[in-house]
Design a protein around this ligand. Structure first.
Ligand code: ACM
Length: 535
């Protein structure tokens, strides 16, 4: 009946109006108060967490105090303030103090305790304040990453968000398992700007990684200015995979990246890949080719077709100049000499080559690291081998007294697709879903190696198929926090079921950080996928 229909929709409208008014007036439901530190989703999982079942709140009266007036500690305090202020709007200031501050503040201090090593820390949160102690500044920086994760996810937003800003109370004692925990960024196949590289650094720092390996040269491009061989960058840096315009870092820009990383306690390992993967250099300087003829620039994705002329002295003059300039730009101990997939270099030429190049690196005060093939040569003092493919090479490296950096392609290559539907990436080593990326142990993956033989873990991101930073983020997240945990946390403390719950809780954090992540179906994400906060 028409009258009834009118009356029904009329009452529905009335109900809607009442509900809307009620909802507009009802107080907003406050978020639950975090009370149980042991339930917090910290990645990497700390060595020990003890809850005291109360909470601490950041307020407009909160400031960050650092012990003494050390510039370095003030910088760490400022890093934390700069993370907290945009979202909280609390105007947290950084001050120096020789004693623990009054209630309501955060205190960062150095307390000599060799057991904490270079990167360990103790965090004590009470209802009255937060105290972070470490044996060395890097430990404070690592502890600061934990503080970030104990606050609501919206703290990561770069625009003002609603509080309250509370953390559960208790103590955390923490120290990493491996000395090196890192990621590689291939800026050679596609070039990425200084800004993109800094973004990559920021994202790995948030998960307590301490190393970024920059793959600075390959067939498709040479990405670092070398003043004594200027055409390397000027000509060899002109293009990239697919024929785009490429690019390179000037030495000033590179220094800026290195300092940015250093400020986040991240060591950069620069790589000049050789004797293969050198087409860009061979295009820039004809004398590096055995036939004296310059190669054409290359924009494809084949590997293994190029080689420096290992028999000509000019090649070693070139390498000496490049390593000298690069060593001067490198505060860290390592120079990466590549050495992989030199399929057109005869073995009898390859071995003396890698032996000699290790010596050049040593002569410039650095230690050589190379892909696992360099173990075919004689490893020199302080040389490390990066395992990616051949387990025999890894075992051989250890037999020679070297340690191995673990980057097994079938587990740790972040350019491998998650599954057959992944838009970017490749799958020649494996499809690597988030569980597969997490479930392995660097100490036991290669038979014949033990934990003492492992320098650490590195997850490489090759860039043949990605040329935008949001594509990079999609391949890197959410696998990277798992690699960070494998490197930081003891194998006995790790399990997939527990990890995937913690990872799911990081979804809103990724969103607040503006990360374009892959919402794997294996993880229950604590938010609607794709729901982005405004940054
Ligand atoms: C490599 O993936 N060629 C080290």
């Amino acid at each position: 009946m028409p009258t009834l229909r009118i009356s029904n929709s009329g009452s529905a409208l009335l109900l809607l109006a009442v509900l809307t008014t009620f909802m507009a007036c009802a107080p907003k439901k406050s978020p639950p108060v975090p009370m149980d530190l042991a339930q917090e989703s910290i990645i990497p999982i700390p060595v020990s967490v003890k809850a005291t079942n109360s909470s601490f709140e950041l307020t407009s009266a909160t400031d960050i105090y650092v012990q003494g007036d050390s510039k370095e500690l003030l910088k760490i305090g400022q890093y934390l303030a700069d993370k907290l202020n945009p979202s909280t709007g609390l105007g947290i200031e950084v001050k120096s103090s020789n004693e623990a501050p009054a209630v309501g503040n955060i205190y960062l201090s150095i307390k000599k305790d060799a057991k904490l090593g270079a990167e360990g820390y103790n965090l004590n949160i009470t209802p009255d304040g937060v105290t972070l102690e470490a044996n060395a500044p890097a430990g404070l920086f690592m502890g600061v990453q934990t503080i970030r994760q104990l606050l609501p996810a919206q703290v990561e937003s770069s625009s003002k968000q609603e509080g309250p800003w509370r953390m559960a109370t208790g103590t955390i004692n923490d120290i990493p398992t491996y000395a090196v925990r890192g990621a590689m960024f291939d800026v050679a196949r596609h070039f990425f700007s200084v800004e993109d590289t800094k973004r990559f650094i920021d994202l790995i720092a948030a998960y307590k990684m301490n190393t970024m390996h920059l793959h600075l040269s390959d067939d498709q491009g040479w990405r670092i200015e070398i003043k004594s061989w200027p055409k390397l960058a000027e000509h060899g840096g002109k293009t990239q995979v697919g024929g785009g315009k490429g690019g390179y870092y000037t030495q000033e820009q590179y220094k800026d990246i290195v300092q940015y990383a250093l400020d986040r306690y991240i060591t950069i390992i620069p790589e000049i890949d050789m004797p293969g993967h050198t087409n860009a250099a061979l295009a820039a300087y004809p004398e590096l080719n055995c036939d004296g003829k310059a190669r054409e620039l290359y924009t494809g994705t084949e590997v293994g077709f190029s080689t420096l002329c290992t028999k000509n002295e000019i090649t070693y003059k070139f390498i000496d100049d490049v390593i000298r300039e690069l060593a001067a730009l490198t505060p860290g101990p390592f120079i990466h000499i590549g050495g992989d997939e030199s399929h057109v270099t005869k073995k009898e030429d390859y071995i003396p080559f890698v032996n000699r190049v290790q010596g050049i690196v040593l002569s410039h005060g650095k230690q050589a690291i190379g892909w696992d093939e360099i173990a075919l040569g004689t490893l020199k003092k302080g040389a490390f081998v990066q395992h990616w493919a051949d387990v025999d090479n890894a075992v051989n490296a250890v037999k020679q007294g070297s340690k191995v950096l673990m980057s097994p392609a079938r587990k740790a290559y972040m350019d491998m697709q998650y599954d057959s539907t992944t838009q970017w990436g490749l799958h020649w080593a494996a499809y690597i879903e988030v569980d597969s990326a997490y479930i392995w142990d660097p100490a036991t993956l290669v038979p014949g190696l033990a934990q003492k033989d492992v320098l650490g873990i590195e997850a490489p991101l090759w860039s043949e198929t990605v040329d935008q930073i949001d594509e990079v983020e999609y391949m890197v997240f959410p696998r990277l926090p798992g690699y960070a945990e494998i490197g930081w946390s003891a194998a006995s403390a790790r399990n997939w079921d527990g990890y995937k719950k913690r990872l799911g809780a990081h979804g809103p954090r990724f969103t607040a950080m503006g990360i374009n992540y892959y919402p794997s179906k294996l993880v229950e994400w604590k938010e609607d996928k794709g729901k982005k906060l405004k940054n």
